[in-house]
Design a protein around this ligand. Sequence first.
Ligand code: GLU
Length: 473
Amino acid sequence: MSNPVRVRFAPSPTGFLHLGGIRSALFDYLIAKQTGGTFILRLEDTDRARLVEGAAEAISQSLDWLGTGPNEGIMPDGSQKGDYGPYIQSERIDIYREYADKLLSKKALYPCWCTPERLDNLRKDAQKAGVAFKYDRHCLDNPKTMDEPHVLRFKIPSEPKKVAWHDLVKGDVEFKTDDLDDFVALKTDGFPTYHFAVVVDDHLMKISHVLRGDEWIPSTPKHILLYLAFGWELPIFVHLPQVLGPDKTKLSKRHGAKPALEYRDEGYLPEAVVNFLATLGWNDGSTQEIYSKDELVKAFSLDRIQKSPAVFDSERLAWMNGHYIRELTPEALLERSKGFWPGEAADYPDEYRLGVLELVQERLKSLGELVELTDFFFSDPKADLSQIKGFDPTEIRQHLTALAKLLAATEWSHDGLESALRGYVDEQGLKTGQLFGLVRVAITGRTAAPGLFETMLVLGQETTLRRLDLASK
Ligand code: GLU
């Protein structure tokens, strides 16, 4: 695609932004960046009853963290930028009124005074009859006065008989007009419904491509009829397959999916999350898995988005995060790891922390694991020596005391430690694994830790001796 696009991400601030939502925004970002186009963030906050405090800010922060924010609309600091604002629907009420009046005068909208009770009964009747609810047009020719509270309904026209569009992902899609209900465009309180506001805004904001989740497909025919009623050109529709959990049900917390900012707080790197999300249901035809953001901007194409739902795999995300962590220089990792260390690490200099990072970088899958993987570098562990097999308590004490003495006179280098410990094993007629296991538990409190000599070198002689001594008591 080469012409500059105008695309928008238009979330409703009704809850946390899940990864499927972020993925739609990322696709918007990539295609806008690729074509030198515009990515707009618009807030669809007309469903006043479902607003969640802080949700709008979290959306902006998530995009900002990933480095995939908009260049028009709502900016990370909450300000609005661009010539087509306001970009918050609740600030556009007069605009919707003006456009509703246009359709009212064309008789494409009509007022409806039906009470919620009457509509409820109609719904129940439809349910009993096993048919989809359709408003019975009771108010279509109702001569009531416009002063009384009412909604404005869109009159589904008798022509065309079918609404069809070519979706860039789904291909040709078609709906029978006859199956559509005279939906509400403007509510009693003057607020628009989603259907009405989205069409007015996408048109006025000159949106070229509407990317959104495929759960909106049943709404699209209603939108198309609104475009036709206004006499407006249609945008290109791109309905994205959903992101499902591994059990093929709708992605939820249960599958380990969390709000984007929780991934940040757990120490996922934005470049890993971007790479993961972009390749969730999209590929460039090759087997490449790792893409930098610049590579994605070049390679991304809407027509290679998978038609079937994508399956969220948190292990793949962790693997990818581990990959990006391993790619960092130790200095860059030190910089990124701020805020993820055990509390006691604050007392240690950067140099010491660098030494620790070098030992754990290989197996870190998220920065949040630093606490668990490195706490013994910063505070003396409680060594449970009862888990050591093959030695009785007296032997354990004797070995630890002898080793403390030996290591007090050992040169503190890899070779020095290796020859001292191996020499001791030979002299005592022990098994290497057994003795090393004992020392490891004594100084780290765990059976699995980075290489023994490397760990001792980072801990230093004084700490190592102190821990051997503590464990021998
Ligand atoms: N406000 C809708 C949402 O919350 C936007 C749907 C659309 O992009 O048209 O997902």
